[in-house]
Structure formats: structure tokens, C-alpha cells
Design a protein around this ligand. Structure first.
Ligand code: NAD
Length: 377
């Protein structure tokens, strides 16, 4: 850190590219360098955003002692190894989801984090969406009442994405459906029962030995709550949605039909004749939540024409609301946790519970719904 400002390296410039300019504008970031083995992508950032590519290889980043932190937005199979390497090199590490694909990877990251004393943050977008922050406030103010049940969905056809996606077990990328439930529960997922459903073509099945295009799970939380998550990945016709549904004793919050639809809030309203309650339903516009961010990042929360298939679109002026405003909040939390010498909110413990619940859900699905206990990290 020089003059209270960080030097950050951003590795992986597909979806990762959406974060480059946000780091560049953050008042506590002195320098941002990008790295991608695909040199054409690096060139785009130099030519269009004036952000330099400082490295010839990923290992060069690790051996640069002037780098404070690395944000990984690389292919899923690399997350585990690269996160450990970043922490072992004495740098803070942020990594896109999922944290890893095996429990062993989660264990090694947790160990490396604790040995290094550096920060680890899983960059889960769903925990900083306008919708999530709205429900968080409803819960904190008492407006929602007690949480009675939660559901999460992630419907996204990922045909023709980079090859490592082909046939991926749906719950290995279940974090968007699972994370909001864990974060709102005030607890951790302790057990899971899950089933796989449907069939898909053989070439998809053979990659990971996963026969299921869709997986659905019931999670039992340590505090007694239950939640349900469904993830579809291939050969399933359904509009894209990363949805969150929270049923409270006073109010409920339900995601709209598509990812862009307005959510629905239902209020249990006592009747004037004292005979039970009426359900009153309204659609609500999400407030643009930026008050906690430095002013330089406000523009990245404005607008909403983010296209999940073209994440670079969120770099367009006035259209930086990537994943419902979450990108700038993620960057700010990672940066400020380092500057303030504290843990980030989505640390290795929360990140590992969310990810492990998905990995174990897939195991349960392979065992036709048998109960699996999620380990403590
Ligand atoms: N909402 C979300 O949180 C969200 C959304 C989309 C993608 N993701 C995650 O982001 C990651 C990247 O997704 P994507 O769609 O951009 O995938 P991608 O495979 O298109 O892009 C990954 C990039 O990493 C680069 N790369 C490959 N090896 C590398 C290495 N060793 N070091 C640095 N860079 C390397 C590739 O050249 C490519 O540009 C995935 O892990 C995915 O799970 C998360």
C-alpha cells in the first residue's frame, strides 16, 4: 500500500473485465493492472480504458511484491489452486464464484487464508444486489417479521459457454441460489437432501459424470430453518433468473418472473373484523442503493441494461448496474476490508458454507436424495 492506496491485479478478463474500471475509479486504489493469457483482451483494456497489462504470466503477479491484492475471475477449475497460490504469496485474494469445486479445495483455501493472515473474499454478486439489500433492511427493521422459509433459483442455459461449463453439475454452481438464504438465515447450512432431474445428451454427461441438467435441494440450517434451491444449466427452457424468495411472518418478498422483472411483496394485513388476515400484494421498484459507496463509484450503480451474456456491457457509461448494482459494492467491500484491516463480509467461512452446500447437494443428488452433512470450515 502506498499513501494509503492499494495496488490490485485483476486476473481473467471475460466477466472479470466488468470490474476493471470500478477498481480504477475507487479512491483507495492507487493502481490497477490486468492480466489475461488472451493478449487481445488485455489490449482492449489498454486501448479503451487506459488500464495496463503488467504481466507475462500469472506467476509474475505472485512474485511482484508491490501487489497488495489479486482479484481472480478465471475459469472455475482454476479457482482453488489460484486462490491458494495468491494467499501463499502473501497477497489478499478475492475470487469470483464458486470458491472451489471440491471440499478439499475449500479446506486448502481456508488453511492458506489462516496461515497468511491475509483477506479472502468470495465475490458473490447476489449478496449485493438491490433486491438482497432491500430484504436485508426489511428483516433488520422487523418489517418482514420472522423468516419462515426461503427459496433460491438460478435458471440459466449455459450451452456454448467455455468448455469447462459443459455438463457441470448444476449445484457446483449453485451459489447464486444458495447464498442469499445463508446470509439471511443468520446461521449456516448443516444438512442437505437433493435430487437431480431430467436427462441430457451423452457428450454433456461424460465431462463430469453428471447425468442431471437440473438439481433441486432442501437445506437444513443449524438454527432449524429450511430452504430450497433449484438450479438448471442445460437443455431446460426457462427465462434466465437468479431469484430469491423469502417468506416472513409479516411480509414476503418474491423475485419477479424474469431477472429484470419487479419483485412482489405480500403483506399479511389483519382484517378489521378480527377474522384472520388478508394477503395484500404489490410489485415494488427497487431503490438504487449507493449511499455506502464512495461517490466515485455511484455511476456504476446507475442504469440496469446489464446483459449476462456480454458482461463488458456493464462498462458502458451509465449502465454499470451489473448483476443489479452488485459489482461496485463487491469491489468496495474487498478494498475497504483491506484498508481498514478487517475481514470482508463474505469471508472464507461464509464462502465455504455456501459453496460446500452446493457441492454436497450434488453428492446427495447422485445418492438419490440421501442426507449429507455439510462440514464446518
Ligand atoms: N455473477 C457472477 O458472480 C458470475 C457471472 C459470470 C461468471 N462468473 C465466474 O467468473 C469466472 C469467469 O467467467 P467468464 O464467463 O468470464 O469465463 P471465461 O472462461 O470466458 O473467461 C475467463 C478468462 O480467464 C482467462 N484465463 C484463463 N486462464 C487464466 C489464467 N491462468 N490466469 C488468468 N486468466 C486466465 C481466459 O483467457 C478468459 O479470458 C468463472 O469462474 C465464473 O464462474 C461469475
Amino acid at each position: 500500500m502506498i499513501n494509503g492506496k492499494l495496488k490490485i491485479a485483476l486476473a481473467g478478463l471475460g466477466f472479470g473485465g466488468a470490474f476493471a474500471e470500478i477498481y480504477k475509479c475507487h479512491p483507495r486504489v492507487g493502481e490497477i493492472l490486468v492480466f489475461d493469457p488472451d493478449r487481445a483482451k488485455e489490449k482492449w483494456f489498454r486501448d479503451n480504458l487506459g488500464i495496463e497489462a503488467g504481466y507475462l504470466s500469472f506467476e509474475d503477479i505472485l512474485s511482484d511484491a508491490s501487489v497488495d491484492a489479486v482479484h481472480l475471475v478465471t475459469p472455475i477449475p482454476l479457482h482453488g489452486k489460484q486462490s491458494v497460490a495468491v494467499l501463499d504469496s502473501g497477497k489478499h485474494c478475492a475470487c469470483t464464484v464458486p470458491m472451489g469445486v471440491t471440499l478439499e479445495e475449500l479446506r486448502l483455501i481456508t488453511e492458506a487464508k489462516r496461515k497468511s493472515g491475509k483477506n479472502y473474499m468470495m465475490m458473490e454478486t447476489t449478496l449485493y444486489t438491490y433486491q438482497f439489500m432491500y430484504v436485508q433492511k426489511m428483516l433488520a427493521s422487523g418489517e418482514l417479521g420472522r423468516i419462515q422459509f426461503m427459496k433460491g433459483t438460478h435458471y440459466q442455459d449455459m450451452e456454448n459457454w467455455p468448455h469447462y461449463w459443459d455438463g457441470l453439475p448444476p449445484m457446483h454452481y449453485g451459489t447464486h441460489a444458495i447464498a442469499p438464504m445463508v446470509a439471511l438465515s443468520g446461521s449456516r447450512i448443516a444438512r442437505v437432501h437433493a435430487f437431480g432431474s431430467g436427462t441430457m445428451r451423452e457428450e454433456l454427461v461424460k465431462n463430469y459424470g453428471n447425468p442431471f441438467p437440473v438439481e433441486t435441494a432442501i437445506f437444513a440450517f443449524e438454527n432449524g430453518l429450511k430452504g430450497e434451491a433449484t438450479r438448471s444449466l442445460f437443455e431446460t427452457a426457462r427465462m434466465y433468473q437468479e431469484g430469491m424468495f423469502v417468506f416472513g411472518s409479516k411480509k414476503s418478498f418474491e423475485w419477479g418472473f424474469t431477472d429484470a422483472s419487479d419483485p412482489i411483496v405480500t403483506t399479511l394485513q389483519p382484517r378489521t373484523d378480527n377474522r384472520g388476515c388478508d394477503n395484500v400484494m404489490e410489485t415494488v421498484k427497487m431503490p438504487n442503493d449507493y449511499s455506502d459507496l464512495p461517490e466515485e463509484l455511484w455511476r456504476f450503480t446507475v442504469g440496469s441494461n446489464y446483459d449476462p451474456l456480454r458482461p463488458q456491457e456493464s462498462l458502458k457509461e451509465g449502465a454499470g448496474a451489473g448483476h443489479h448494482g452488485s459489482h461496485s459494492h463487491l469491489v468496495n467491500e474487498f478494498v475497504m476490508s483491506i484498508v481498514e484491516g478487517r475481514k470482508p463480509w463474505i469471508d472464507e467461512v461464509l464462502g465455504a458454507n455456501i459453496t460446500a452446500a452446493g457441492i454436497w447437494a450434488h453428492l446427495s443428488a447422485l445418492r438419490d436424495g440421501a442426507e449429507v452433512t455439510v462440514p464446518v470450515f
